[in-house]
Write a protein that binds this ligand. Structure first.
Ligand SMILES: *Cc1c(COP(=O)(O)O)cnc(C)c1O
Length: 405
């Protein structure tokens, strides 16, 4: 096998993990088989005992899934990767493999909604408790850590407000307390940020987002060092949230264009964020690539790009936000992100709609907040579409202006 560390990211993205079969194929084949067969009873015994490594059953291993795992591990710079049926299955697997009753998690308050529910509603039932910290405030992490803390869990940049966590500082803090740092790297992907090199112990992904990049399949993955991954693999093969071979093939092909796609997402997102920040209807825009973003310098230090998500606050509240969204013609109204097609979301009434108004306010999700996942359409066409949104929301701003004036 190659030593993939010796190759550049773009080369690893296209080549790592592929094993050609006797058919001499150029593309990666899809092994749609539930189980594998042997020449003799003795060989079967040796495969099952692990004396002869190899495939037994696709809940355990599958060659197509393994190709994806090896390629993603090479891109994240981790020793081993375990692929799962979804991003949530990856988070569940790592928690159940590494934690037991009495253990604690400290997580960033701004977290993917289902991750929040998993921690608070389900893991709590099994005696695993979660405390929350403000993502960009180290002191708040220090205060939340206790003697039972085993795991620090964060997403950086956060969604939808795009705050940035100091990953090296949090890794150091975690390790000082004998805890592991887990980073959900879904919004950045390894093309823009490699948390393991910054000191994190594990990276989790929803491959559903940028790794697929075209909105076709659900999948997830965990990457890290062998000793932790063996525990997670062991749980995954026993409990069964396995990635399907077809999805693994889609994600493998997705990784081949990841670098190019992320570069294009970043370029357009920066143009759009700059343009939005100049519009009078926009009270505030959130993008780590803007020089006035509170963690701009940190983002420059630990990321190699600022990503494809842009959020902004319209002064006119919910009415203005809905009028803006409804007036766009090109953008898809959906909460998904990481697609070639740009999407537009009103977080307060969709992804964060289940929170109480007080919790929403505490999380900084205003009624006028709009989030865009910038796709691969031309930035000029996207800005023209957003201009339609601005025109449509103007009456709501003026109405407000009249009331307050
Ligand atoms: C979508 C998402 C997840 C969950 O992934 P699924 O593939 O939908 O299960 C987890 N974390 C983040 C940041 C996400 O955006």
């Amino acid at each position: 096998m190659f030593d993939w560390d010796a190759f550049d990211f773009e080369t690893r993205a296209v080549r790592a993990g592929q094993q050609r079969s006797n058919e001499q194929e150029q593309g990666e084949p899809i092994f749609t088989t539930s189980s594998f067969v042997y020449e003799t009873a003795a060989e079967a015994a040796a495969r099952f005992s692990g004396e002869l490594p190899g495939n037994i059953y696709s809940r355990f291993t599958n060659p197509t899934v393994r190709t994806f795992e090896r390629r993603l591990a090479a891109l994240e710079g981790g020793e081993r990767c375990v692929a799962t049926a979804s991003g949530m299955a990856a988070i569940l697997s790592l928690c159940l493999a590494l934690l037991r009753a009495g253990d604690g998690i400290v997580a960033s308050r701004s977290l993917f909604g289902s991750t929040h529910l998993l921690f608070d509603r389900y893991l709590a039932r099994f005696g695993i408790t979660t405390r929350y910290a403000a993502l960009a405030d180290l002191d708040s992490w220090r205060e939340a850590i206790g003697p039972t803390t085993r795991l620090l869990f964060l997403e950086s940049p956060s969604n939808p407000l795009l705050e940035v966590a100091d990953i090296p500082a949090l890794a150091e803090l975690a390790h000082r307390h004998g805890a592991l740092l887990v980073v959900d790297n879904c919004v950045m992907t390894p093309a823009l940020q490699r948390p393991l090199a910054l000191g994190a112990d594990l990276v989790v992904h929803s491959a559903t987002k940028y790794i697929d990049g075209q909105g076709r399949c659900l999948g997830g993955a965990v990457v890290g060092r062998e000793e932790l991954m063996e525990e997670i693999y062991s749980f995954m093969r026993t409990a069964g949230p396995t990635m399907s071979p077809f999805n693994a093939w889609v994600f493998t092909k997705g990784l081949e264009t990841l670098s190019l796609r992320m570069r294009a997402h970043c370029e357009s997102a920066l143009l759009i964020a700059r343009w939005l920040s100049e519009q009078p209807e926009v009270a505030r825009s959130y993008y780590p690539g803007l020089a006035d973003h509170p963690q701009h310098r940190l983002a420059v230090r630990q990321q190699s790009g600022f990503g494809g998500l842009v959020s902004f606050e319209l002064a006119g509240g919910r009415e203005a936000a809905w009028a803006f969204i409804d007036a766009t013609q090109l953008l898809s109204i959906t909460a998904n992100l990481g697609d070639t097609k740009s999407t537009i979301t009103h977080p307060a009434t969709t992804t964060h709609g289940r929170l109480s108004p007080q919790d929403r306010a505490a999380a900084g999700i205003g009624d006028g907040l709009v989030r865009i996942s910038v796709g691969l359409e031309s930035a000029t066409d996207l800005i023209a579409d957003l201009e339609r949104g601005l025109l449509a929301c103007r009456p709501y701003l003026e109405e407000r202006g009249d009331k307050s004036g």
